[in-house]
Design a protein around this ligand. Structure first.
Ligand SMILES: Cc1ncc(COP(=O)(O)O)c(C=O)c1O
Length: 476
């Protein structure tokens, strides 16, 4: 009998890379375990997980929203509605009863597309947000946005010549999924010198280049607000992108999971692509994604999200339904999380004051940390950092001295991986090297989250490390 080997598997699987949980995260995990031993010998006493936008991760300080967890508690254990009813605000009790009335036990499979009541809540949220109607039949609840992205890419890629336009830098879900389904990534580069803006002419040039190379562009992926950049698109850019999709008959995948993470909403507001498409009366097929993992909800582990199909022909919606039904249904606790996300307490509800206080605290902390971190990183020699108006991250650029480039080469690492490993070894701070997201040839970046408490201590450690690193390799 021959043993199972990786060579016998689908070769596409071997090409998948996902840097957010890559080499750095694996070493950080090892350090986390080592730190439990009495004489660990490490030069730090905690690992700071700045590598992943996982707001409730152990060691970070974002608490779950009380409203969300109270609904979760009552729907998980309905007995509490009899024995502990008075412990919960009235609006929470009535919401839980409404959900249970519709769902029955959350231990049962639901409609494959998601509980109809929750899809109606989502449609309501979207129509209020955009001022355009939304149809619950065109909404699919998912196990996080990732599941929806993965499903739709698997359906859109019909041959290795199927091109999917992706921003560079991008969130590696896209390159990983394209590798898995053997699609052709068609990169378009974001412009760091203008706050990581998206240039429609650059997107068009990427489409033209792909066409010349025999690639058939199928879809344009836009992440707004951006990951890892935090950039927000202007409406003018959004309109131009929609028009490009129209001109080249390509679908638009709008990844809007950070739509609630706005650090300066008055100067940098969020506009959904759904609104832009409807305002323009554009016929393009649009898939818009949202998630309970980000925003102030931060319920990553609960795996909840949805996508909405706009201008997607019925025969395709039916095929999507067929595909999701193979997986039976998204986790019901995640679906309930979606309901809490899109139907938070209203003014006048008993839960409202606490919900408002908790959400404001999270928004304010994130905005303040982002600003402080960007300013301090920007002040370092050999580093520049665009201050981001949205999402959870910064993506500073490194201009490393020749000595560091040579040492990285000798170590068989890219310069940014070399830098990030040295940072982790010395300080316990885990970031993700820029090459995991894509960057221009010869450039170095890294992504760090703005979710960690104790910014002074943590950025201080990062500054000390950076200054020593630059000195060591002849940068200052
Ligand atoms: C841009 C973007 N899209 C999608 C996701 C996936 O989120 P989830 O599957 O947890 O909803 C993430 C997670 O970090 C992300 O940054």
């Amino acid at each position: 009998m021959r043993t199972l080997t990786s060579e016998s598997l689908n070769p596409a699987i071997l090409k998948v890379e996902y840097a957010v949980r890559g080499e750095l995260a694996i070493r950080a995990e090892k350090y986390r375990n080592d730190l439990k031993k009495p004489n660990h010998g490490l030069p730090f006493d905690r690992v700071i997980s700045s590598n992943i936008g996982n707001p409730q991760q152990k060691g970070l300080d974002q608490p779950p929203l009380t409203f969300t967890r109270q609904i979760a508690a009552l729907t998980e254990y309905p007995e509490l509605l009899k024995t502990g009813r008075d412990l919960f605000p009235k609006d929470v009790v009535s919401r839980a009863e409404e959900l249970l009335e519709e769902i029955g036990s959350i231990g049962a499979y639901t409609h494959s597309q998601g509980v109809p009541l929750i899809r109606r809540s989502v449609a309501d949220f979207i129509s209020k947000r955009d001022g355009h109607p939304s149809n619950p039949e065109h909404i699919f609840l998912t196990a996080g946005a990732s599941a929806g992205v993965s499903l739709l890419l698997s359906m859109l890629i019909s041959s290795p010549k199927s091109g999917i336009l992706i921003p560079i830098p991008q969130y590696p879900l896209y390159t990983a999924t394209l590798a898995q389904f053997s699609g052709a990534p068609v990169p378009y580069y974001l412009d760091e010198s203008s706050g990581w803006s998206t240039s429609p002419p650059a997107v068009e040039a990427a489409i033209e280049k792909a066409l010349k190379e025999g690639i058939e562009p199928k879809a344009l992926v836009v992440i707004n607000p951006g990951n890892p950049t935090g950039a927000l698109l202007s409406e003018e850019t959004q309109r131009a992108l929609v028009q490009l999709c129209e001109k080249y008959s390509i679908a638009l995948l709008a990844d809007e999971v950070y739509q609630a993470n706005l650090h300066a909403p008055h100067t940098h507001p969020f506009t959904s692509f759904k609104r832009v498409v409807r305002d323009l009366q554009s016929p393009i097929a649009l898939f818009s994604f949202h998630s309970i993992s980000k925003g102030v909800s931060g319920e990553c582990g609960r795996r909840g999200g949805y996508f909405e199909c706009t201008n997607v022909p019925d025969e395709i919606v039916k095929l999507i339904y067929k595909m999701v039904s193979v997986g039976l249904c998204p986790a019901v606790s995640g679906q309930i999380g979606v309901d809490s996300l899109v139907r938070p307490p209203k003014e006048g509800d008993e839960s409202y004051p606490l919900w408002l206080k908790e959400t404001r605290t999270i928004h304010d902390a994130l905005a303040a940390r982002t600003k402080t971190m960007a300013a301090r990183l920007n002040a370092l020699p050999g580093m520049s950092c665009v201050d981001s108006p949205g999402a959870l991250y910064l993506f500073p650029k490194l201009v490393l001295p020749e000595g560091a480039l040579k040492a990285a080469h000798e170590a068989g690492k890219t310069p940014d991986t070399f830098y990030a490993l040295a940072l982790l070894d010395r300080t316990g701070i885990c970031v993700v090297p820029g090459d995991g997201f894509g960057q221009r040839d010869g450039e170095s970046h890294y992504r760090l989250t703005c979710l960690c408490a104790g910014v002074d201590e943590y950025v201080g450690a990062l500054e000390n490390f950076h200054n020593d690193f630059m000195k060591k390799y002849g940068g200052v």
